[in-house]
Design a protein around this ligand. Structure first.
Ligand SMILES: Cc1cc2nc3c(=O)[nH]c(=O)nc-3n(C[C@H](O)[C@H](O)[C@H](O)COP(=O)(O)O)c2cc1C
Length: 185
């Protein structure tokens, strides 16, 4: 009997170890295999997934843990299309703003954008970071977006369904060779 219990415990520990290794692998895969989606299509982002994606933003690191960001989720198709003209029905825009816009705040918001971008792809959505529309948001859409006084939009992330025939290997642009971007001293 004791032998059987011992064997059961060892098997359980092995499975737990394997499950842990699998989790690590999926984390690194999500980081290495992303691409900036251009193949967005229509279809909803579920509230449950959106909550997880936003939590990834909330959990981002920031200088002195100031968490300067506000995440404004744009679901209105008309408003979303004013910001990104080819936005598809169901795509969500997450506009990240902060009061002011110091370089530390920009860095914090950029990290939050990256977390959101990767979380969306880890959940099977397409995502893309945009700064192109930021000037026009700050010039004319702050009120419509309900940004608090003093806030400036810094970056936005588009999240949505993508056509399934594209992956990071075929879609991502080439990156420079590691030995041209890394040095050891
Ligand atoms: C800070 C930043 C700003 C970006 N702004 C835009 C943008 O305004 N419009 C756009 O289409 N893509 C934008 N992108 C997406 C980049 O063009 C894309 O991430 C890059 O070309 C790599 O694409 P890939 O992962 O598909 O190879 C931006 C990305 C970053 C990180």
């Amino acid at each position: 009997m004791m032998k059987k219990i011992g064997l059961f415990c060892v098997t359980l520990a092995l499975f737990a170890g394997l499950a842990g290794a699998q989790e690590n692998k999926s984390g690194i895969q999500a980081i290495l295999n992303h691409y900036a989606a251009r193949n967005f299509t229509t279809g909803a982002v579920s509230q449950e997934d959106l909550d997880q994606i936003l939590l990834a933003g909330i959990r981002s690191p920031s200088a002195n843990n100031r968490q300067p960001w506000l995440f404004t989720v744009v679901r209105s198709p008309a408003l979303a299309r004013q910001i990104v003209s080819n936005n598809e029905e169901g795509n969500v825009l997450i506009v990240i703003s902060a009061e002011g816009g110091t370089s530390a705040q920009i860095l914090d918001c950029a990290l939050a954008a990256q977390s959101i971008y990767l979380a969306a792809q880890a959940l099977g959505y397409g995502s893309r970071i945009y700064t192109g529309p930021i000037n026009s948001i700050n010039q004319s859409l702050k009120t419509q977006l309900g940004l608090p006084a003093g806030h400036n939009a810094i970056v936005l992330v588009r999240v949505g369904r993508v056509r399934g025939n594209v992956d990071a290997q075929t879609a991502a642009s080439a990156r420079a060779a590691v030995n041209t971007k890394v040095q050891y001293k």
